[in-house]
Design a protein around this ligand. Structure first.
Ligand SMILES: [Zn+2]
Ligand SMILES: [Zn+2]
Length: 229
């Protein structure tokens, strides 16, 4: 598989950076830590970014990755070495250093993506990385299919699947009001109404399954929606 070959390549690149960049007495710990995350693209991108840029803390090993928040495919993560903490944006394609934790950011606008107008407000919610939970390996790995109707990534859900995203309002199609609005009715009662709804949905353009729709993935949106899943 192309994907896993790329991942292996990434792991050996990071091993190389560790052996050149990290001080001798921390190398073994750095490599063990890497092993733990060797199947997690997001963590690998994060470590690659850290070890290739070695910000200020030249020669320190990564000893912890913390999960802060995610928005769709973009993660806000913390990275700890023995003496420092950093804030990163990451996807499974690349990672971007935002700055040392608690200090002014290199990309001040990045936090607005997560609904924080500025660093001050962000730090009020997350005063320290120690309070954030560990980012577990493959915690957010794409299962490759919808957990409810089993549509694979890129395919349409089975009509009626609660994970399907509404193309009109981008909410949850089985719960938003768009179906009534589109049909001009107050309630769905007839079989024909469902057929008509499916026709309208296809005409509008259905949104195929993608991992970010998975309801088990914590996101700001889920918190707003409450616990009624
Ligand atoms: Zn589905
Ligand atoms: Zn809708």
């Amino acid at each position: 598989m192309q994907h896993s070959r790329n991942r292996e390549k990434l792991v050996s690149e990071i091993e190389l950076f560790v052996s050149y960049g990290v001080q001798k007495n921390e190398q073994q710990a750095a490599l063990l830590f890497l092993q733990r995350y060797k199947k997690d693209d997001l963590a690998l991108q994060l470590m690659k970014s850290f070890y290739t840029s070695l910000p200020e803390t030249y020669e320190e090993a990564v000893c912890r990755i913390a999960f802060i928040e995610k928005k769709d495919d973009i993660f806000l993560l913390g990275l700890n070495t023995a003496l420092h903490g950093y804030l990163y944006l990451a996807t499974d394609q690349k990672a971007l250093l935002l700055g040392e934790y608690g200090e002014e950011l290199l990309e001040p606008k990045a936090l607005t993506l997560f609904g924080y107008p500025d660093l001050k407000e962000f730090l009020e919610k997350y005063p320290s990385l120690a309070k954030c939970s560990d980012y577990e390996p493959e915690q957010f790995a794409d299962p490759g299919f919808c957990p409810v109707c089993s549509a694979v990534t890129g395919e349409y859900h089975i009509f009626g699947c609660p994970v399907e995203v509404c193309p009109w309002c981008e909410g949850q199609f089985s719960r938003c009001g768009c179906r009534f609005e589109q049909l001009g009715v107050e309630m769905l009662e007839e079989e024909e109404e469902l057929d008509e709804l499916e026709r309208l949905l296809v005409e509008k353009g259905r949104i195929p399954y993608a991992s970010w729709q998975c309801p088990s993935y914590p996101s700001v949106k889920d918190e707003e929606d409450g616990q009624d899943e």
